[in-house]
Ligand binder design. Sequence first.
Ligand code: SF4
Ligand code: SF4
Length: 435
Amino acid sequence: MKFATFGRGGVHPDDRKGLSKDKKIEKLPFPDELIVSMSQHLGAPATPLKKKGDRVERGEVIGSASSYVSSPVHSPADGVVVDVRKVRVPSGAVADALVIKCDETQSDGFKEEFDWKKESPESLLETVKSLGIVGMGGATFPTAVKLSIPMGKKVDALIINGVECEPYLTSDYRLMMERPEEILEGIMAASRIISTSNIIIGIEANKMDAVELLSSLSEKKGYPIKVQPLKMKYPQGDEKQLIKAILNREVPSGKLPLDVGAVVCNIGTTYAIYEAVKFHKPLIERVCTVSGESVNEPKNVFAPIGTKFSDLIAYAGGAKDDLVSLIAGGPMMGFAVADPDTPMVKGSGGVLMLPKMLDDVSFPCVLCGKCVEHCPMGLMPNRMFRNIKYGNYQAAMDLGLMDCKECGCCAYTCPSHLPLVQGFKLGKKLGRMKK
Ligand code: SF4
Ligand code: SF4
């Protein structure tokens, strides 16, 4: 078996997946209260359609898409809106949110099956759009926009991202192991929308059981879906690195996968597509890994969107006394969270509790060049950081700041523990403002 990977840069962090890899997905009982942000996706936030005191039904639209790059938001539960207020979402941004007090008994909808194979690609695309499906690997780009191929562009490959290269996270792995038929069906629906039968699932070598399961099932079903095993290397789950690893195509600076004929969808997203086209179920719940050395019982939990991190942590047996850091997402690209009542959003693949701070005390740059050597985008993080530090944002942008994926490889290898990624996030914001 040949293992592919991308060429330039990257790192090999300890994957720490053993804590939750064998923990089957458990369904979280409905919490008393959900906090449903209107900013669940990349692009313009949704416009709230409900006010305090309104009743909501599970699956009902409660926020409408406000522009082309936006996505509707649906109620994850039956209940009553008890508040409409600003909340801080896991990324640290502040957004409008509906606070829903959940009914004690919840409707058990979305059982009726629909034959999506009889539907046109346009109708399937509309289903994906209206049911609020967004990329669930963290980027949360509206999936209908991704699957809308503009006139003049041609797509000849659908890449399915089963890499899950962030340490600790196992939600996609558990979905592949426990819902393989559903995932393959969701992939077939996505391939019908973009009209390609060249479909490749990329999975890293630490998940060989998933490689074998999905490839044998695909063959048995007669699907044109191939599975490509990949060497373990972070950040292989990034679209550009994955396309390089699987298709050996380079996405140029400032361009999209579409520009090299590819569309990339994450595993969790294909499961959401399956539920949308088969049961007309909106994206109202997802699998989230609750893990780290400072949680009592690491788990993979199927939870309603809007569940507070504190409810997930309580379900996982609570935090240990040595808890120091609460992280939304993985340790490489995740966000430190101060408030345990921060709500899950559609992109929340993990909640980590760690006994140490991710950010250490930092020292001056020693010009070792490790950050340059490990940057998968071929950038010069040390020089970009120095320019940002002294307010030379344009100079940092001239060095390719906007191509930075914020993957954290540079910071991971920096012996001086410089806060490189935080610097790049700030530099991008301030650089845009000064333009
Ligand atoms: S965070 Fe940016 S600069 Fe650092 S390694 Fe990743 S892409 Fe390169
Ligand atoms: S890795 Fe850190 S210390 Fe080494 S050159 Fe880059 S910024 Fe400087």
